[in-house]
Design a protein around this ligand. Structure first.
Ligand code: NAD
Length: 356
């Protein structure tokens, strides 16, 4: 039976990458029924000003699983990120972003094999914001003065950082269950609990208590600034990184940099009911429309999707074909110092799969 999957091509490089990925996934022989849906600033007008149209959300609620290209968030326009909204509306509370050294991609460190597990719905990304100079910001400043004598400057914009026990429990348990299921031996939590006692502090204490329920998985706590320094020096010290939302976002790009760049790193957003697979990178507007973006990050996101829908063999074949093409080294996109197009790279991966 064909797997029904929502396909959200996105914008910028998204549509080119989505097409390339679809071709590779279909070359596995697994059957798909794609429900193509739109989101982003480009389709807002068509949907009454909504960049995340209801039919798109309804489709994911129906199919349970989506493959998504990146979507641009215009900066400083008051436009709320579609990516963040999608994760919140579908309660996709866990982002999983594996970073491993790839054959034929020389980097400073060999043998990197780690996974960022990022809380995906709370923290500074929850979207509770007060614009500088607004009536709401003025009222909040007055309330903060009354409540705790906190003085916030009149010309400040404000973003709140809520982190809850319930939101933390589920991501911590997810990280440990993920570690067990994938034969990983250590979970390292990154935090700044010394400074943010009631948000990061709560995350750390909750995680520490839950970690006791997993004596078979090693546990490590580290301040996120120190973690950054250690990651760039000795990434092989780490296995699963458990991080609140903002740190997880930043450090997953750092981990992408460790293994050869954003064009290579896949991602999954997982909740109890739905899962959306997308590369870690953004819409790459600087190279959009030129057919030169590296499709590997999105193709490997597709491999994660295959595994999620129970097609383990096909997932492994896609990953092996990516490795084979990288190792062989003649077909490479510009980010890997080659001259191949997105389509050529995808075709090379599809044909490596067929001949394996
Ligand atoms: P970006 O990830 O789009 O690009 C950063 C750099 O990496 C650029 O030089 C780009 O050319 C390069 N790059 C990214 N993907 C590549 C690929 N597949 N192949 C080759 N090179 C690649 O980050 P940005 O420029 O900060 O963000 C652009 C837009 O994307 C912003 O609007 C941002 O909000 C949005 N964004 C979306 C998502 C998402 O959809 N999940 C994630 C991150 C950023």
């Amino acid at each position: 039976m064909a797997h029904e999957v929502t396909l959200i091509p996105g914008d910028g490089t998204g549509p080119e990458l989505a097409e390339a990925t679809r071709r590779v996934l279909e070359a596995t022989g697994v059957e798909f029924e794609w429900d193509v849906q739109q989101a982003g600033a480009d389709v807002m007008e068509q949907f009454g000003g909504n960049p995340l149209p209801e039919p798109t959300l309804d489709s994911v609620r129906r199919t349970g699983v989506a493959l998504k290209g990146p979507i641009t968030t215009p900066v400083g326009t008051g436009f709320r990120s579609v990516n963040v909204s999608l994760r919140q509306d579908l309660d996709l509370f866990a982002a999983v972003r594996p970073a491993r050294s790839l054959p034929g991609v020389p980097t400073r460190h060999d043998g990197v094999d780690l996974v960022v597990v990022r809380e995906n719905t709370e923290d500074l990304y929850q979207g509770i914001e007060f614009e500088r100079g607004s009536e709401e910001a003025r009222a909040l400043r007055a309330r903060l003065r009354d409540l705790g004598g906190f003085e916030v400057r009149e010309d400040a914009g404000i973003t709140l950082k809520p982190i809850s026990v319930s939101g933390t429990h589920r991501i911590v348990r997810f990280a440990f269950e993920y570690a067990r299921a994938n034969r990983r031996t250590k979970v390292t939590v990154g935090h700044k609990a010394g400074v943010m006692r009631y948000s990061d502090g709560l995350f750390l204490e909750t995680a520490r208590a839950d970690a006791r329920g997993y004596p078979d998985v090693a546990w490590e706590e580290i301040q996120v600034d120190h973690l950054s320094a250690r990651l760039v020096r000795r990434p092989s010290d780490f296995d699963v990184l458990l991080l609140p939302n903002l740190y997880g976002d930043i450090l997953s790009d750092l981990c992408a940099g460790l293994v050869g760049g954003l064009g290579l790193i896949p991602g999954a957003n997982i909740g109890w009911e739905y899962a959306v697979f997308e590369p870690v990178h953004g819409s790459a507007p600087d190279i959009a429309g030129r057919g030169i973006a590296n499709p590997i990050a999105m193709i490997l996101s597709g491999a994660m999707l295959l595994r999620h829908v129970g097609e383990r063999g096909a997932a492994a074949r896609v990953e092996a074909a990516v490795d084979a093409v990288l190792l062989e080294g003649t077909v490479r996109t510009g980010d890997l110092r080659g001259g191949a197009s997105t389509t050529q790279m995808a075709d090379a991966i599809a044909s490596a799969m067929r001949s394996s």
